[in-house]
Ligand binder design. Structure first.
Ligand code: RIB
Ligand code: NA
Length: 288
């Protein structure tokens, strides 16, 4: 079960990113479904695992489309919350030369309070994993981490955007998956290998085209990414989400840490070869 954010991504490609006070002409505008929670739910689903999404949309036209899209992709949306008089989450993405800058406006996603998910504790207890990102209230993240530990349901937290966790929270989550930039914010001025050794088989740091790195209890293990030639890279938005959704699915299926990371790396490398956060997420058979 993914407990997280959903959004509409408004994507503009432009050869020039405007400076303050400047207006430039861009090349293209498209809307895509996105939001880290929804992207990860779809990745988990395409990896072949039954997936539930618990999140909040607004009562606008975007909210209806977001739920419809998740349904069409095979994600269970029975627990979805619709917030009255509220906008649905949105992300405003500028792409230049394949790289992105994103402003996320949480709107309804910040209405997903712990009060709203309390009615679903029984459902949560039956899950094989709870997957979180940081585009919903911190209070809710803390609640799910606590409940997950109490109920013995593994919790994966993808701390994106970066947040500072307490020691107890880090202890309680089962998987923590920052990218290298988020790692630097969460563990300022700390040496990567030292921190990895402190949290073996839990902390996995993703390194973009360098793959992912963790500590297996005995040693540091770096699993390289699949090479993608630069002309094939069209949109890296959602690569991290693909990694997380695939990783969670593979762990739930009983794969080892190393296998799960290999699956996740492979899926992420395919995801960047299509536009939009979700379009490029491969199906399990595409990996085979
Ligand atoms: O991780 C990619 C996602 O981040 C996009 O889909 C966008 O919605 C932002 O939240
Ligand atoms: Na993509």
């Amino acid at each position: 079960m993914v407990i997280g954010s959903m959004s509409t991504d408004f994507v503009v490609t432009s050869e020039i990113i405007p400076a303050e006070g400047e207006t430039v002409i861009g090349e293209s505008f498209k809307t895509f479904f996105g939001g880290k929670g929804a992207n990860q739910a779809i990745a988990s689903c395409r990896a072949g695992v039954e997936t539930f999404m618990l999140g909040a949309v607004g009562d606008d036209v975007f909210g209806q489309k977001i739920i419809q899209n998740l349904n069409d992709q095979g994600v269970n949306t029975e627990m979805m919350q619709v917030i009255e008089n509220m906008e649905s989450g949105s992300a405003h993405i500028q792409i230049k030369d394949g790289d992105n800058r994103i402003i996320v406006v949480p709107s309804s996603n910040y209405e997903l309070s712990s009060e709203r998910i309390k009615p679903y504790l029984d459902a949560m207890e039956k899950m094989d994993m709870l997957v979180l990102q940081n585009e919903i209230p911190y209070e809710t993240i803390q609640f799910v981490i606590k409940k997950g530990a109490e109920m013995n349901v593994p919790v994966l937290l993808n701390p994106a955007p970066a947040l500072t966790l307490t020691q107890t929270e880090i202890e309680k989550v089962d998987y923590l998956t920052p990218n290298d930039k988020e790692f630097a914010i969460m563990f300022p001025e700390q040496d990567l290998e030292t921190v990895l050794a402190k949290y073996p088989n839990k902390l996995i740091v993703t390194l973009g085209d360098e793959g992912a790195i963790y500590h297996d209890g005995a040693k540091i293990v770096q699993i390289p990414a699949r090479k993608v030639s630069s002309e094939k890279v069209v949109d890296t938005t959602g690569a991290g989400d693909t990694f997380n959704g695939y990783f969670a699915a593979a762990i739930v299926e009983g794969h080892s840490m190393i296998e799960a990371i290999q699956f996740a790396n492979h899926a992420a490398s395919l995801s960047i070869q299509a536009h939009g956060a979700q379009q490029g997420i491969p199906k399990r058979k595409d990996l085979e």
